[in-house]
Design a protein around this ligand. Structure first.
Ligand SMILES: *[C@@H]1O[C@H](CO)[C@@H](O)[C@H](O)[C@H]1NC(C)=O
Ligand SMILES: *[C@@H]1O[C@H](CO)[C@@H](O)[C@H](O)[C@H]1NC(C)=O
Ligand SMILES: *[C@@H]1O[C@H](CO)[C@@H](O)[C@H](O)[C@H]1NC(C)=O
Ligand SMILES: *[C@@H]1O[C@H](CO)[C@@H](O)[C@H](O)[C@H]1NC(C)=O
Ligand SMILES: *[C@@H]1O[C@H](CO)[C@@H](O)[C@H](O)[C@H]1NC(C)=O
Ligand SMILES: *[C@@H]1O[C@H](CO)[C@@H](O)[C@H](O)[C@H]1NC(C)=O
Ligand SMILES: *[C@@H]1O[C@H](CO)[C@@H](O)[C@H](O)[C@H]1NC(C)=O
Ligand SMILES: *[C@@H]1O[C@H](CO)[C@@H](O)[C@H](O)[C@H]1NC(C)=O
Ligand SMILES: *[C@@H]1O[C@H](CO)[C@@H](O)[C@H](O)[C@H]1NC(C)=O
Ligand SMILES: *[C@@H]1O[C@H](CO)[C@@H](O)[C@H](O)[C@H]1NC(C)=O
Ligand SMILES: [Cu+2]
Length: 566
């Protein structure tokens, strides 16, 4: 009797000590119209809880989140937890019509998921039309309480979310472009934590301040939440030591400039080793498409030494850093190819599924009698985009996950091609006969546990550019990238199968390629798409449907009772 009581108590205590560290965080996110003033203009913006950016979620690795999203806005909305693996909880991933139907005005949905095996910085954002222009925020994931960072504990931590601001309602901007078939208007400003900074009019008093102590170390978590623009980021006078990206640690390396595509995060350490005064933190476009219009403004925050400065230094303007030229692909490439995983990786060395996927823009011809107002892309056409010549179309009556889980026919087809239907000189002068893709809701099926390689190949149809390609539900290893057409003979030899970085969003080089690998160990319907919202709207996306494996731990959970229906 006494023995079994002791056994029971021991088991009980062991159980609780293992759980004692893991917490569950409850949040209410109210999506609502809020008056926001930027650049001297006030307009109604959709926000979470009236905040821009929205609330930062701070958790430890292993914690769970329960977030009730209430939609008090006039638009359909969903929230995506960008980079969270969502193992067995695809119902909580968020992309509209992929894993759920939208939360309608007046409706609500509670997202329940766990953070497992990820540390660093992720973020959340609306995944419905262009609402993420103002519906976004950071997710800070610290090590488990009994663990520590793989670097000396920093004295301070700061989050820097880079955003993009339109004076017009972003929903009107994308609706206008969808109607006309042309490119949407570019933004009026970039922002740091919601503020344009003092290089813009009317922004001086709201410029974001990062405090810096002399001799101290600051961990800065940089997130690119811009809608349509890759950004260079730098801090005057300070070296940036990169220690993480997309919630995975990296082998530390030092640089003076970062380049982040929308969707990417980068954690850097900076040291307070400069004379005490103010230094600008600045970001502006890396614009890789030749001749395409872009927002060429510069957003700033201020790194402010809290140590008393000489009065001369404290009265002078902050020091402005040099930023690379807008089209500086060399600097962007030097940065993206510096990433290595810190230790041994689990990169698959045997491949079961080898896909080759082209990604790029396209042009749809308009019918002869079409209204010219709806054909405003060059020479009376409409812009489109595709992967392997399929321009992805969202379903409208069921989400793909519902259709997959319940076996509802007629929502998607499983014929997404594993290779381009036509082989051509992808990065050369592409014949006009190849410019118009087909439309479809085509998915690619993967067995549970399949070891997958995807060669992503950019095209120069209409114009070549860098595309930030994001995969939901997974982190993948980036084993190589390069320029021109991928050549399996010579380029395979360049694969890094030793310490490739783990990411959720890869910068597909302009007129180039990138190779990613992952193990399909998470059942569900997972969209892989360009994270420039203008391109996803044109169809630059595809979906992997990953089957259940064997047993409960390899099986998608049952759908939540409050899952929105269409
Ligand atoms: C886009 O820009 C054009 C030209 O400046 C302007 O006429 C139009 O109103 C803008 N569209 C929106 C939705 O703001
Ligand atoms: C800032 O305001 C000045 C004076 O009103 C104006 O001339 C200038 O164009 C504005 N600059 C921007 C970037 O809006
Ligand atoms: C940004 O573009 C505008 C309009 O094309 C141009 O007048 C201006 O000089 C450019 N600014 C920079 C910093 O390149
Ligand atoms: C910058 O730091 C100094 C010294 O601590 C402080 O007096 C000043 O208020 C700070 N400036 C801002 C804009 O936060
Ligand atoms: C970048 O832009 C500059 C100025 O517009 C131009 O002279 C240069 O040729 C461009 N470089 C590349 C690599 O396109
Ligand atoms: C549009 O037509 C002009 C004149 O025929 C041609 O030079 C140009 O290449 C065309 N542009 C596109 C994108 O088709
Ligand atoms: C869903 O919608 C598509 C396209 O609108 C239609 O073809 C299909 O029959 C619908 N499926 C079901 C199950 O209602
Ligand atoms: C691309 O090919 C088309 C048709 O073959 C030709 O008219 C055009 O001049 C070529 N453009 C370039 C930049 O080589
Ligand atoms: C895409 O498919 C369309 C329709 O079959 C075809 O006209 C076009 O040439 C294809 N383009 C490519 C790049 O495969
Ligand atoms: C909102 O979502 C529903 C499907 O749940 C759809 O029928 C409706 O068209 C959507 N509304 C808008 C404005 O997109
Ligand atoms: Cu893109």
């Amino acid at each position: 009797m006494a023995h079994s009581t002791i056994m029971f108590l021991t088991t009980f205590l062991l159980f609780f000590s293992s759980l004692a560290f893991a917490k569950t965080h409850y949040h209410d996110f109210v999506v609502q119209a809020t008056k926001v003033t930027r650049l001297c203009k006030t307009r109604s913006s959709i926000t979470v809880n009236g905040q821009l950016p929205g609330p930062t979620l701070e958790v430890n690795n292993g914690d769970s989140l329960v977030i009730k999203v209430v939609n008090k806005a006039q638009y359909n909305v969903t929230i995506h937890w960008h980079g969270v693996r969502q193992i067995r909880t695809a119902w909580a991933d968020g992309p509209e019509f992929i894993t759920q139907c939208p939360i309608r005005p007046g409706g609500s949905y509670t997202y329940r998921f766990m953070i497992s095996g990820q540390e660093g910085t992720l973020w959340w954002h609306a995944h419905s039309s262009w609402l993420r222009a103002t519906v976004y925020g950071a997710i800070v994931i610290r090590p488990k309480e009994r663990d520590s960072y793989p670097f000396a504990k920093p004295n301070h931590e700061s989050v820097i979310v880079l955003g993009e601001w339109w004076n017009a309602n972003p929903i009107d901007v994308i609706r206008q472009a969808t109607r006309t078939g042309g490119a949407p208007n570019v933004s009026d400003a970039y922002t740091i934590n919601g503020q344009p900074g003092d290089l813009y009019n009317c922004s001086k008093k709201d410029t974001f301040i990062v405090p810096m102590g002399s001799g101290e170390t600051n961990l800065i978590r940089v997130i690119n939440a811009a809608l349509n623009q890759q950004l260079f980021f730098t801090i005057a006078g300070h070296k940036l030591t990169v220690v993480g990206a997309d919630a995975s640690y990296v082998k530390p390396f030092t640089t003076s400039v970062l380049m982040l595509g929308p969707g990417q995060t980068t954690d850097v350490l900076i040291k307070g080793d400069q004379p005490p005064r103010q230094y600008y933190i600045a970001a502006r476009a890396y614009a890789s498409a030749q001749g395409a219009p872009f927002d060429n403004t510069t957003t700033t925050a201020i790194l402010n030494y809290t140590t008393t400065a000489t009065s001369a230094a404290s009265n002078s303007n902050p020091i402005m850093p040099n930023l690379p030229p807008f089209n500086d692909t060399k600097t962007a490439t030097a940065f993206t190819t510096s990433f290595r995983s810190p230790g041994k990786t689990l990169v698959p060395t045997t491949i079961d599924e080898n896909l080759f996927i082209t990604a790029g823009l396209g042009i749809n011809q308009c019918p002869k009698n079409a209204n010219s107002n709806t054909c405003q892309a060059p020479n009376g056409t409409r812009f489109t985009a595709s992967m392997n010549n399929v321009s992805f179309v969202l379903p409208s009556n069921y989400s793909l996950l519902q259709a997959h889980h319940h076996g509802i026919p007629g929502v998607f087809t499983t014929d997404f091609p594993a290779t381009p239907p036509v082989k051509f000189d992808y990065t050369g002068n592409v014949s006009r006969s190849l410019w118009q893709p087909v439309r479809g809701t085509k998915v690619y099926k993967l067995k549970y546990g399949a070891r997958v390689q995807v060669v992503l190949q950019g095209t120069s149809i209409f114009t070549a550019e860098n595309h930030p390609i994001h995969l939901h539900g997974y982190d993948f290893y980036v084993v190589a990238e390069g320029f021109g057409n991928f050549d399996p003979k010579s380029d395979t030899a360049r694969f890094n199968l030793v310490d490739p970085p783990l990411r959720n969003t890869v910068s597909l080089p302009v007129k180039g390629w990138a190779v990613i690998r992952f193990v399909a160990d998470n059942p569900g319907t997972w969209i892989m798409h360009c994270h420039l919202d203008v391109h996803i709207g044109w169809g630059l996306a595809m979906v992997f449907v990953v089957d259940n494996g064997v047993g409960q731990l390899e099986t998608l959970e049952q759908p939540p009772e409050d899952l929105p229906v269409c």
